[in-house]
Design a protein around this ligand. Sequence first.
Ligand code: AMP
Length: 435
Amino acid sequence: MTFKELKLDERLLEGLDAIGFEKATPIQEFAIPKIIEGVDLIACAQTGTGKTGAFILPVLHKIAQLPDEARHLNTLVITPTRELAIQIDQQVEGLSYFTGVSSIPVYGGGDGDTFITQKRALEAGADLVIATPGRLIALMNSDKVDFSKLQHLILDEADRMLDMGFLSDILRISSQLPENRQTLLFSATMPPQIRQLANKILKNPEQINIAISKPAKGIKQQAYVVYDTQKLPLLTAILKDDTFKSIIVFSSSKENVKNIERELNKHKLGARGFSSDLDQSAREELMNQFKGGKVRVLIGTDIISRGIDVTGIDLVVNYDCPPDPEDYIHRIGRTARAGSAGTAITLINQKDQRKFFRIESLIGDDIPKMEIPKDLGEGPAYTPEKKSGGNFKSKGDSNGKKPFNKGKGGYKGKPKSNNYKGNRNSGSSSSPKSQ
Ligand code: AMP
């Protein structure tokens, strides 16, 4: 489902477009309408599922609709660590870029100035506060911190917070917030203590569990970080290795399938494109030839990733990075079936680095980045983190401190729009369509 279909505020859609998020992840698809509707929610989801967007987007949507006078400490996100608070704040900055919603991360440590900046932001009433429990309690002691207009309390990584001994702090904070708020609890696991906590602070919550599938153990996963122009020559070089006997190449579009087929066959690599343009009997025949070993390389879009059950595929190549982690797992699951071994190689262009990072986060592993053959030149660096928040200049310094500024459209450090478009596409040697 696209974000437009989720009917988010136009300014948020603009931010999403700028960051390059097109489709909602499963948790976002479920949670966004529920949160907008106003229900309490328990979500069992890990990092990598897009959980942060799942709670930030609907909250930003709601804040963006409010009149100025109703906007005062609207949302409190409680997280276990300073790092997570900063990370969430950076996502908020990116997503809320065009909405003028203000946020402040509040965490312990730092010098007296940090404490004072955080205190002032709370007193002035930033829209969103992303806080670790201890520091928040210290700041809530000030009479000038007024949570009476708070509408959302969000607990992120609740299981980790309980492991770290924050239960009583959480209960204390929630007891000082308005009763008629909406409460959302996100946790990677659901031990009984989390249920007990949920019973205490949530009202008739709905629940979602995002099951995480993991790739089979026998799959050797590798990736190449490339420019678009390096993809075809690299694929050709990989397929010239004749230890791979049965290969599937996944691409994102029908046009790409045709281009790849044409190019590989110039090198007599025995490739055939599997496309929805083929009629049913031609598809079946092609699939039989592939199963029987008469076609060595089958190229297709995701339509072949779920259905086919061919044993003996020893290499899967993601010519384009799959749109979401579940697709990645389905695609590479075509190899190493029935306990056999197999290799899965993904080519990551600059535009897809963040998508690939999300896949790595979800499966909880760094996938080795391989060296590109020397004659193809150097590839780009792998810097997915920079590509997520990094398109947007930080409002403050590198310590995560930033000048607080309140009010709609109040973002001071906004880069010129032409700059920012330039950043999005920088280094990409060809347009996505020409891949
Ligand atoms: P999270 O599970 O919130 O830690 O998100 C993991 C990564 O997925 C982050 O790098 C996000 O920027 C990215 N992400 C979240 N939602 C989307 C989406 N709808 N499309 C693409 N990437 C996303």
